[in-house]
Design a protein around this ligand. Structure first.
Ligand SMILES: Cc1cc2nc3c(=O)[nH]c(=O)nc-3n(C[C@H](O)[C@H](O)[C@H](O)COP(=O)(O)OP(=O)(O)OC[C@H]3O[C@@H](n4cnc5c(N)ncnc54)[C@H](O)[C@@H]3O)c2cc1C
Length: 531
């Protein structure tokens, strides 16, 4: 019979003890980026992953703001290999081994159930908004299996301790730090850290371990998701050839098939794989039986004949994923020695690809808190501010997307309201690139004294899908709200809802950007935006 000290010694031998400054739970792109940045500041970091790379992850489509934020992070922390992922051209030149997709813009197509897609000369049932003037500086869709792996490899090379296939079981505040315990390959793991960043996504580690539960949605209807990766997905331009030269090839985009009660995304990668899936209100999800996965998807396509045509030869390359609740909100975002990234604190519907920019804004803010404050009162104040901003940005996104859901059966209203998103996003990008970020405070300008109020109020009004005089008043109000920030020709309705990216729009918008024409010209030159 072994003695008690002998058993303790045995248990000790079988325990891996990790003592770091910061432990990051979750090694998606956000966790890996945090690890990379913290290593650059000399912090000891552990990156803790439940699964194993390469692995499937949903959330793939970037935007100009996403890529600008990635660029800013890369510059701030001297991460040139990360920077090259911020544009299609540099990505293809430096990391052609990492799959991705070419995204030149946002394509919205408005369908009627059980009818083939048709449109008229005014493009009444479509909206195309270019995000870049040519491929080299274009955005991308991240093929997450490859992209996240590449970032994790970079984090490891930078000296982060990476533990995958780790089942974390406990977390607690010891009074001077955080202690976590888990199991990895039969071995016990103890992790001590001064601070824990939760990058484990929605309904993630801390939300469960601390029993935080989820907060109710205030504006969005409950939605369900069903999605997969496919091969042999047809081109939309073959199903519905454009009537003239569109601002970019409509398939080199985040393609949105919108219909009453939901929408389908189609994102093409350069490795023959296409990501596609649907977000559906509970009513539509029940109607098609989305919970059945593949058969539910097939039934949905039967009600959308033109989309069905696009998927005629498509074959899923992995089992369908069914998500009974796409959106998620959390009550609490920070504690004394921990913080959730925005992607762990909430997921709003992916309709406007808002997940990445919200997350990257949060990553930059949280890193700044950790860099500039010492544990104690000052850090608590900074963390509270981080939490407040995170919740406010999730709120405004939820309000806007909820209103768009209400208008899915009303393309003119949907499109007009969506212009508020495009105005805010393009203006924010331009002023950030001109070193005038203060002109566009908060995601979607939500902290701007005028635009912030207008976007919330217009979303609230649009959610009621007004008719008659209130509808006309709402359209005018949206136009008035957009005008001071429109540097993309969004209010030029002669463009028939096809918006190319034109240098001349940005130049004409120089006064709105508080910049001179020559500054805007230099910006266009520097960023390769002149065709
Ligand atoms: C259907 C859908 C589509 C979306 N599409 C878009 C889009 O097109 N564009 C966009 O900008 N955003 C999109 N989003 C949002 C986007 O998915 C997220 O913003 C993004 O994935 C967040 O990345 P992340 O690295 O923070 O977390 P995740 O990608 O969620 O990664 C979390 C990691 O943590 C690990 N993990 C989880 N639990 C634990 C644990 N207990 N212990 C250790 N590790 C753990 C997981 O295995 C995973 O590797 C979409 C969201 C959904 C639901």
């Amino acid at each position: 019979m072994p003695t008690l000290p002998a058993i303790n010694a045995f248990v000790r031998i079988m325990t891996l003890v990790v003592d770091v400054d910061v432990a990051i739970v979750g090694s998606g792109f956000s966790g890996a980026l945090c690890a990379l940045a913290l290593r650059k500041r000399g912090r000891n970091v552990a990156l803790l992953e439940r699964g194993r790379h390469p692995r499937f992850a949903i959330g793939e489509s970037t935007t100009p703001l996403t890529n600008l934020l990635l660029e800013e992070l890369a510059d701030r922390y001297d991460l040139p290999q990360v920077r090259s992922f911020s544009k299609w051209g540099t990505w293809q030149r430096t990391r052609p081994d990492v799959a991705c997709g070419l995204k030149r813009g946002f394509t919205f197509l408005f369908h009627r159930l059980a009818e083939g897609f048709t449109d008229d000369a005014t493009h009444a049932r479509q909206l195309l908004v270019a995000a870049s003037p040519h491929d080299d500086v274009a955005d991308t869709h991240w093929y997450r299996a490859a992209f996240d792996l590449a970032l994790v490899e970079q984090a490891q090379a930078a000296g982060a301790t990476y533990l995958d296939e780790l089942r974390l079981e406990k977390v607690g505040d010891t009074g001077s730090g955080m202690a976590m315990e888990g199991v990895r390959g039969g071995e016990r793991v103890e992790i001590q850290a001064d601070f824990v960043i939760d990058a484990s996504g929605p309904r993630g580690f801390l939300a469960n371990a601390l029993g935080m539960g989820s907060a109710p949605l205030r504006w969005l209807p409950a939605t369900q998701g069903v999605f997969s990766h496919f091969e042999n997905v047809g081109l939309w331009q073959d199903v519905a050839p454009p009537d003239a030269n569109p601002p970019y090839p409509p398939d080199a985009a985040a393609l949105h098939h919108v219909f009453p009660g939901g929408w389908i995304w189609v994102l093409r990668f350069n490795n023959g794989i296409t990501s596609a899936g649907a977000a559906l209100t509970d009513r539509v999800a029940a109607m098609v039986g989305a919970a059945d996965g593949g058969p539910g998807w097939d039934r949905l396509l039967q009600s959308l004949p033109s989309v069905q045509e696009q998927f005629r030869d498509a074959r899923p390359t992995m089992p369908f994923v069914y998500s009974p609740g796409v959106a998620f909100r959390c009550h609490q975002v920070v504690g004394e020695r921990w913080a959730l990234l925005p992607s762990a604190a909430g997921v709003i519907d992916p309709l406007l690809s808002t997940g990445f920019p919200l997350t990257l804004l949060g990553v930059a803010r949280l890193l700044e808190v950790l860099e500039t404050t010492a544990p104690g009162a000052e850090r608590r104040i900074a963390l509270d501010e981080y939490a407040r901003t995170t919740q406010t940005e999730l709120d405004v996104t939820e309000q806007l997307v909820a209103a768009l859901y209400a208008c899915m059966d009303d393309p003119p209203l949907f499109k007009r309201l969506a212009l508020m998103y495009f105005a805010a996003a393009s203006y924010s990008e331009a002023v950030r690139r001109l070193d005038r970020a203060h002109l566009a405070p908060g995601f979607l300008l939500n902290a701007h004294p005028r635009f912030g109020v207008e976007i919330r109020e217009c979303a609230g009004l649009a959610a009621k899908v007004p008719t008659g005089e209130p509808r006309a008043a709402l359209f005018s109000r949206i136009d008035r709200a957009i005008e001071p920030f429109d540097t993309a020709g969004l209010l030029d309705f002669s463009r028939r809802d096809w918006y190319p990216m034109r240098a001349s729009d940005l130049i004409a918008g120089a006064p709105k950007l508080d910049a001179s024409v020559s500054e805007v010209n230099r910006l266009l030159e520097r960023c390769g935006l002149v065709v």
